[in-house]
Write a protein that binds this ligand. Structure first.
Ligand SMILES: [Zn+2]
Length: 476
């Protein structure tokens, strides 16, 4: 075989229409293809993510290929950084602007390093399905591909609202500060020409963790905004009032990013004294942990009262590298997972609310050892607990299959949350949901091939995973 023949033999077909990610063996692949075809074109339900809603109210064209596919995506910038590219070279330092074409060249030179990574797959999927780019990105093709994308971005079809429609997004949740006025959500909700629902999500981390930057300022602002007094009871009432505002703007969930899912129900006088110490900046580490645990418990109580689904995203050490934090700020690719414990930490919360009618608690994890040992067994008993889709470092093809294997035998498919893209990269939403659909089809296909699930049941599960399951879990 000469080079040209070899190239033709292994040429990659356009990803979206290919058997990408389906099983390698033919019999299972045929079943997986059947199951995938049930859901390939289903609308996207995205109940948790980080897209800025103003993208959709302003509908400003994306500026350039680098801003769109590199600079805003810390999954991409971290791999480049690990290869020795400085973050300013890909546009992360506003005081040191770079030519976006140069940033794109850094990606092209390092493209081979993305092989086998989830980000590499998503980017290839986006290049193929959105821009018709199926040839390899490298130094030779970098400028040509850059120009092709840059030209496309000037077209009306590539404006954010047009893409939202093209992607078939039915529900998109954003993540918002408790004091956000949610004006963008109101505008989108009232806009009859807008095709989907964009829902805010209440994210109070910076208001419930005494170690958060600006904690005291945040508490003061929140109390001022709600007219509550400076006692813990007043503060909790202020948080409840903001949750009510979110619900009025369509919110269905409250999201909690904590290092550990520790919960405790302190006596009111003890909690009040910790709160006053926190405001005075006099709380030690043990006191801060107790206060956070008490507030997480209170957030669950509020969810029981107001119906917001509680989601917990624990287990990430934020901003691991101090010099990078100081120079470039947070969310710049050096948040690193830590070991996480759920069973004992959540026991006070689940003792109190685990069987409360209507309470939904979605547990995400980045420590995959907990899936079979803790999260699936919890979801396999408590009617309130759902297994969050694999998150962050685990939202990758092999990790998603490992997750299904780890949780399904204990809890089945119907205690899982449905796919969660959790992304700030708007263009990656269809690629990520398509990835999950292909992998669920692959996983189910194996069970069918092994005679463990009938094809009829497997088809139903495949459909439910992208439709009725996320609707039920997130009360949509
Ligand atoms: Zn998130």
């Amino acid at each position: 075989m000469n080079d040209a023949q070899l190239a033709a033999a292994v040429e990659r077909p356009a990803i979206a229409s290919s058997d990408a990610l389906l099983p390698a063996d033919e019999r299972t692949r045929d079943i997986a293809r059947d199951l995938y075809s049930e859901v390939a074109a289903a609308p996207i339900i995205s109940p948790h993510g980080h897209v800025d809603p103003r993208l959709l109210t302003d509908d400003t064209p994306f500026r350039d290929p680098a801003e769109l596919l590199i600079t805003r995506d810390h999954y991409v910038t971290r791999i480049l950084h690990s290869a020795g590219v400085e973050l300013w070279e890909v546009g992360l330092d506003p005081s040191r602007p770079v030519d976006p074409r140069e940033a794109w060249r850094r990606l092209a030179e390092n493209w081979h390093r993305f092989a086998g990574t989830a980000s590499g797959y998503w980017l290839a999927h986006e290049l193929s399905s959105l821009f018709g780019v199926d040839d390899e990105l490298d130094e030779a093709s970098a400028d040509r591909i850059y120009d092709r994308i840059a030209v496309a971005l000037k077209e009306p079809d590539f404006r954010p609202r047009a893409l939202f429609k093209r992607f078939g997004i039915e529900v998109l949740a954003t993540t918002d500060d408790p004091l956000d006025d949610l004006e963008a959500h109101r505008l989108l909700g009232e806009d009859r020409s807008f095709p989907g629902r964009v829902l805010p999500t209440f994210r109070p981390d910076a208001y419930v963790d005494p170690n958060a930057a600006m904690f005291t300022e945040n508490v003061t602002k929140l109390l001022a905004a709600t007219g509550e007094r400076t006692a813990l009871a007043g503060y909790l009432a202020a948080l409840a009032a903001r949750r009510a505002h979110f619900i009025a703007r369509g919110a269905v969930s409250a999201d909690h990013g904590v290092v550990e899912p520790f919960t405790t129900d302190l006596a009111p006088s003890v909690a009040e004294s910790l709160f006053q110490k926190a405001l005075a900046g006099e709380l030690d580490a043990a006191g801060a942990r107790l206060f956070r645990g008490h507030l997480l418990f209170q957030m669950a109580r509020m969810s029981v009262d107001d119906g917001l689904v509680m989601t917990i995203h624990p287990g990430v050490r934020r901003n691991h590298h101090t010099p990078t934090l100081e120079r470039y700020g947070p969310d710049t690719g050096h948040d690193i997972p830590v070991q996480t414990e759920y069973t004992e930490n959540l026991r006070p919360l689940l003792d109190a609310f685990g069987t409360a009618p209507g309470f939904h608690l979605v547990l995400f994890a980045v420590d995959e050892t907990v899936y079979s040992r803790e999260v699936a067994p919890l979801a396999g008993f408590y009617p309130s607990v759902y297994i969050g889709a694999p998150w962050w470092f685990l939202d990758a093809p092999d990790a998603i299959l490992r997750w299904r294997s780890a949780v399904t035998e204990t809890a089945g498919f119907y205690r899982s949350s449905g796919f969660i893209d959790d992304t700030r990269a708007f263009l990656s939403i269809p690629a990520r949901h398509d990835t999950a659909r292909r992998l669920d089809a692959s996983f189910l296909a194996r069970l069918v091939a092994e005679g463990r699930v009938s094809i009829l049941t497997a088809r139903r599960i495949a459909r439910d995973l992208v439709d009725s399951i996320p609707r039920e879990v997130f009360k949509l």
